[in-house]
Write a protein that binds this ligand. Structure first.
Ligand SMILES: C[S@@+](CC[C@H](N)C(=O)[O-])C[C@H]1O[C@@H](n2cnc3c(N)ncnc32)[C@H](O)[C@@H]1O
Length: 281
């Protein structure tokens, strides 16, 4: 949803543009091109590898890239002496390269260690969660973060079979619980749950939304693209709260979703939902 994002954020107007999930720089390079030297692009990501790729793609003119989490965003802006931004983007989740590098353990096919850290320097790994959390905690995570209906059974099996070494081994174990196979891999929900726990994704999102919307200039816009219902729910409630307090106006009554052609080209985009907010003048 590159076009929709650019239409809503209008980087061609210049000013300060914050890409809170700069990743490989796909959205950022487009924004930078449209800014045509008229403003500043600040890109953050918690993954050093992504930042390196973004640096190569974006160069250094009119660009500042920083390693940070959403919850550190306010500090990054303070450090740069920036009070307000004109546009902010959150394109949530993991990037294709993060998913595809099997050693990072995000993929069901990965024979490498269970990892799933977006920041490879962070302490907690998926192996720590799977092999050391109590059965009760595992069940809660699977239920709350994966909306997994077999959370109890899967948690029990994990505890019985551990230590579990690889993502592939875990995916096999979870698949065994499902009798019928649907359209998505049976371990999708369990993997989502672990990823959220390992990276504190929901708490990070809440902190990031509060920080970014608090820093929007009058008329500044915030665009969030989410990929699963838990994230989208947080964004929806946050936007409604901001509108109810008279701080902002919701620009997307219903979330925008990708068209058929985009989903055909990039199947990972099929669950994307885009919501946008404009700061009151
Ligand atoms: C879907 S990718 C972004 C892709 C990017 N928009 C592009 O066009 O290349 C999401 C990125 O957000 C980063 N990320 C996710 N949660 C984060 C957080 N809490 N703080 C900082 N970065 C985060 C991930 O490391 C990943 O690189």
């Amino acid at each position: 949803m590159l076009r929709e994002t650019m239409d809503l954020l209008g980087p061609e107007r210049g000013g300060v543009f914050l890409d809170a999930t700069v990743g490989m720089g796909g959205h950022a390079v487009e924004a930078l091109g449209k800014m045509a030297g008229k403003g500043l692009l600040i890109g953050i990501d918690r993954d050093d590898n992504a930042l390196k790729a973004a640096r190569d793609k974006l160069g250094s003119e009119h660009v500042v890239l920083k390693k940070a989490r959403f919850s550190e965003l306010g500090g990054v802006l303070d450090g740069l002496g920036i009070a307000n931004v004109n546009g902010a983007l959150f394109d949530l989740g993991v990037s294709m390269p993060q998913l595809k590098v099997l050693e990072r353990g995000f993929s069901f096919q990965s024979e490498g260690p269970l990892d799933m850290r977006m920041d490879p320097a962070a302490e907690l790994t998926a192996a720590d969660v799977v092999n050391t959390y109590s059965e009760k905690e595992l069940e809660r995570i699977l239920r709350e973060y994966g909306e997994e209906r077999f959370s109890k059974r899967i948690a029990r099996m994990i505890v019985q079979r551990r230590p579990i070494q690889s993502a592939q081994e875990l995916a096999g174990l979870v698949s065994g619980v499902y009798r019928k196979r649907g359209k998505t891999h049976p371990a999708t929900r369990a993997f989502q749950a672990l990823r959220i726990e390992v990276n504190s994704e929901l708490a990070e999102l809440e902190a990031g939304l509060a920080a970014a919307s608090g820093r929007l200039a009058a008329g500044g816009r915030l665009v969030v693209i989410s990929y699963h219902s838990l994230e989208d729910r947080i964004v929806k409630h946050f936007f409604r709260g901001a509108q109810a307090r008279g701080e902002a106006r919701i620009l997307t009554k219903k979330p925008l979703t990708p068209g058929d052609a985009e989903v055909r080209e990039n199947p990972a985009a099929r669950s994307a939902k885009l919501r946008a907010l404009e700061r009151a003048a």
